[in-house]
Design a protein around this ligand. Structure first.
Ligand SMILES: Nc1ncnc2c1ncn2[C@@H]1O[C@H](COP(=O)(O)OP(=O)(O)OP(=O)(O)O)[C@@H](O)[C@H]1O
Ligand SMILES: [Mg+2]
Length: 345
């Protein structure tokens, strides 16, 4: 494996034979380039010196191949601060990973088409009032409809997840009326709530402002939270979705969206782990089967891509409240409220 001791100017202080045969004398060119800041952006080699702990290993493109460069140690006794690095060629692995996640995204995307067809058919049959369906068949078809909704939810979640993992989770941002987002999310789950005898309502102040964001993704985040509440709240329970501005003096500072339920709550010991991918708490879903444990992970990614944060307050046996806080910045005195423009990848 190529190993070299490199100083913070990109000079090679020592190299092994593998380093020499792999890179030859060209190494000094790309090492020098890595040691400089180009267009204000720090070169990859500088990362090892400035944020050494955070950047223990970095993927670097070298002459058309991808190398995983890992710092083995900082080395003393040279003309300048130096680090020992080893270089592993990971070109094939990275290509495989990329094509695997592209492949997953494509399959998951293609699954939606036929499933929409099934859903449409079920909806049509169930809405035929003239047709005298035996109540047993109505029940069975309703069950099929419920499961197909669940499957559609899982597919959308996997699609978002594979986009996040492959770095393709880009969202266009525009001014968004939060009241509209809440209304859409609640409307899409109202039928499920009614069927399960749960009272689902949304409330927001008259002045619920605009934020700069992505309507689809924000709606998805609220839907994920409300679907969780629906899974973990018993019959006759209450779920409320609300939005409110938090002011600092006269200036709006943030917009807080809450999804609160009167459900079973989450154990204190499990409350931290629920944001991680595939992590579920010990709670058993009251209806439908279990999910994949990706819902909250996706919510967190969406909220953070909006510059916000999401937290949870929960009491076992009493209920759960999920709180999304989005930044709202008043720009000059035009009275226009916006949140900072963010780019995500
Ligand atoms: N409102 C809630 N009340 C009680 N427990 C909750 C609530 N929201 C989330 N949880 C717990 O947190 C876990 C993680 O939630 P998350 O949405 O990430 O996954 P999931 O709902 O199990 O699956 P998925 O959303 O991927 O279908 C859930 O399994 C559940 O145990
Ligand atoms: Mg969920």
């Amino acid at each position: 494996m190529p190993v070299a001791i490199v100083n913070d100017h990109g000079g090679v202080e020592w190299q092994n034979g593998a380093f020499e045969t792999t890179f030859g004398s060209d190494a000094k060119d790309w090492l020098n380039a890595g040691a400089r800041a180009v267009g204000g952006e720090r070169g990859w080699l500088q990362d090892f010196f400035m944020d050494g702990d955070e950047h223990r290993a970095i993927d670097v493109e070298i002459e058309g191949r991808t190398f995983r460069v890992e710092r083995i140690m900082t080395a003393d006794g040279y003309s300048a601060p130096a680090v020992a690095l080893w270089f592993e060629d990971v070109t094939n692995e990275r290509q495989m990973e990329q094509s695997k996640s592209d492949f997953t995204a494509q399959i998951v995307h293609d699954l939606r088409g036929p499933l929409s067809g099934i859903q449409g058919t079920l909806e049509f049959v169930l809405s035929q009032e003239g047709a005298k369906l035996d109540s047993m068949y109505t029940d069975l078809l309703t069950e099929a409809q419920r499961e197909s909704e669940r499957m559609m939810g899982l597919i959308s979640e996997l699609l978002d997840f594979s986009k996040i993992e492959s770095g393709n989770f880009v969202m266009e941002k525009e001014p968004v009326r939060v009241a509209g987002v809440l209304k859409r999310a609640v409307r899409s789950l109202q039928q499920v709530a009614g069927r399960d005898e749960i009272f689902l309502m949304s409330a927001h102040g008259r002045d619920a402002p605009q934020v700069i964001g992505n309507v689809e993704k924000l709606t998805q985040a609220i839907i994920n939270l409300v679907s969780n509440s629906l899974k973990f709240t018993p019959k006759k329970g209450l779920i409320s979705v609300g939005a409110q501005i938090v002011r600092n003096g006269d200036l709006p500072e943030s917009l807080v969206i809450t999804v609160t339920d009167s459900g079973m709550g989450i154990k204190a010991a499990e409350v931290q782990q629920i944001w991680e991918k595939y992590k579920q708490s010990g709670n058993k879903s009251l209806r439908g089967g279990g999910g994949t444990g990706l819902g909250l992970y996706i919510v967190k990614q969406i909220v953070e891509a909006h510059g916000g944060e999401v937290t949870v307050a929960s009491l076992e046996g009493i209920g759960t409240s999920m709180v999304i806080k989005l930044p709202v910045k008043k720009t000059s005195d035009t009275g226009i409220t916006t949140s900072p423009r963010l780019t995500t990848s």
